[in-house]
Write a protein that binds this ligand. Structure first.
Ligand code: ADP
Length: 473
């Protein structure tokens, strides 16, 4: 089967969060399973772009209203990622350091989608399926069905995978003329809540919709930032498929970013050595349990609760615990977290920013990983931490509910129900108590390390959905 993944991110080329990890891994495992998989993302100004070789396989011009943007399609020459990687180079719009966050994001991702389809229809033969990811590619299923110039793709099945339904790529009808010509009888398909909503359009037009965990699919029927009714309407073509993790990238036995590699047979020693280096780097005490957080410092992740929870946990258990926070996001939360530093020197530290290597070291060296998320469509951090023998402390929501079971129910982690300071601190207290019972602690760590979250099994579920929609042609 020939599969195209079209996305805004792909690890290790361009990463902001979990979307990149999935698009950098799933295609590799689909290829290994005998399919021909291609990944298409915009060409940002990234280290990967500078350090690798590309050949130009296509070029053209995207017309966006009165603007014209030249584009080229660059193919990475060695397939070193385990799949064919194509970058859509539109210098005026994407030759920038960041993936998102610009005033012209609508124009950027619309041009990317148009350029991708222009190239695909110019090739010999059509793909068997096009898998779009999140709102940045949500207009593709619409354009494939209704835009005159993409008529060749009308019978090609499309699927949209929702990694995060909070972000929807809305814009006004004043930009309608940016879209390639289509029969205006279908204009209402673009509308949701009086504007063009890219994610809603993708959900309406794609032949199948997947979310990144089964529980998230249940939740979005009740809470989806205004799209609840739509999710209910498309339930018949929706499926929740739990993300896997790339067990080649995330492998404590081989991970080059660790101080000491370890496996399920010697994790106690291995984890302690990684913890010691972490504690040296951040002036913490390696004899005490280390609670960490890795992620975007936003309300959806419960980031706003962390400053207060840290202060409370420290005042209740001062000198019994360490807390280390790695993340960036809301500047107010960042400042609040940093303002606590002088009070808890030697027990608490932060790294405000993005650092892939440090994240790996924390997954290995921490004892507990905090995930007090309000919304977590799947969550990869808890799966990485399980694989590295670090016990996740999670709020029961989205994919966290699918993957973490409280150790009181013979599970692999610590769970709480509310995204609240009280619940976080209560769970930290349970972590402190568990830390004193080394036999029990190690049994739970081992259980986590042995859990199978590999893509081998999961990628078959994607193929099943593709097969269902291909049969409809
Ligand atoms: P989301 O995509 O919502 O941010 P996920 O749990 O799906 O959350 O994926 C987060 C990914 O981003 C993980 O690979 C995590 O390790 C990584 N990550 C998040 N913040 C940082 C950071 N500040 N530094 C390094 N890695 C980070």
């Amino acid at each position: 089967m020939e599969i195209f993944h079209i996305s805004a991110e792909c690890y290790p080329v361009a990463k902001v969060g979990g979307l990149a990890d999935v698009v950098g891994a799933l295609p590799k495992y689909q290829n290994n399973a005998g399919h021909l998989t291609r990944v298409v993302i915009p060409c940002y100004d990234t280290k990967f772009k500078k350090e690798n070789d590309f050949e130009c396989v296509h070029w053209g011009t995207v017309k966006l209203g009165r603007f014209n943007f030249s584009f080229s399609v660059l193919k990475e020459t060695t397939n070193k990622l385990g799949f064919e990687l194509y970058l859509i180079e539109i210098p005026e719009l994407f030759d920038r350091k960041n993936v998102y966050g610009y005033e012209d994001d609508i124009e950027r991702f619309l041009s990317f989608q148009i350029a991708s389809l222009d190239w695909i229809i110019g090739r010999d033969g059509m793909p068997d399926v096009i898998n779009c990811h999140d709102h940045h590619t949500g207009l593709i299923p619409f354009m494939m069905l209704y835009c005159n110039k993409y008529q060749k793709l009308q019978n090609t099945p499309s699927m949209i995978t929702i990694h995060n339904g909070l972000y929807q790529g809305q814009f006004g009808f004043d930009k309608l003329h940016y879209l390639p010509v289509f029969n205006l009888a279908h204009v209402n398909v673009l509308e949701w809540d009086n504007c063009i909503n890219s994610l809603a359009v993708g959900i309406k037009c794609a032949w199948a919709v997947t979310t990144v965990s089964p529980n998230y699919l249940n939740e979005i029927n009740f809470s989806a930032n205004g799209l609840e009714t739509l999710f209910n309407l498309v339930r018949y073509k929706s499926r929740g498929i739990l993300n896997g993790i790339d067990t080649e990238v995330w492998d404590p036995e081989k991970d080059k970013m660790l101080e000491k590699n370890y496996s399920v047979t010697n994790f106690e020693v291995g984890k302690q050595q990684n913890k010691e280096i972490l504690c040296t780097l951040f002036n913490l005490d390696p004899s005490k349990p280390l609670f960490s957080f890795i992620g975007r410092l936003l309300e959806e992740k419960g980031g706003d609760l962390l400053p207060h929870a840290t202060a409370l946990a420290m005042s209740e258990n001062y000198e019994q615990i360490n807390i280390l926070i790695l993340g960036s996001g809301n500047p107010e939360i960042e400042n609040q977290l940093n303002s606590l530093l002088p009070d808890y020197k030697g027990n608490y530290n932060t790294f405000i920013g993005y650092n892939e290597e440090l994240a790996h070291l924390i997954y290995a060296g921490a004892d507990y990983l905090l995930m007090p998320s309000r919304v977590e469509p799947c969550g990869l951090n808890q799966m990485y931490s399980l694989r590295y023998g670090t016990i996740p402390i999670v709020r029961r929501t989205g994919g966290l509910k699918d993957t973490v079971i409280d150790f009181g129910d013979d599970g692999n982690g610590i769970c709480h129900d509310q995204a609240s300071v009280g619940d976080i601190c209560y769970s930290i207290q349970r972590g402190i108590n568990l830390y004193k019972d080394k036999e029990k602690l190690n049994k739970i760590r081992k259980k986590g390390m042995l859990t199978d979250h590999s893509w081998e099994r999961v990628c078959q579920e994607y193929i099943e959905v593709y097969n269902l929609i291909i049969k409809k042609v």
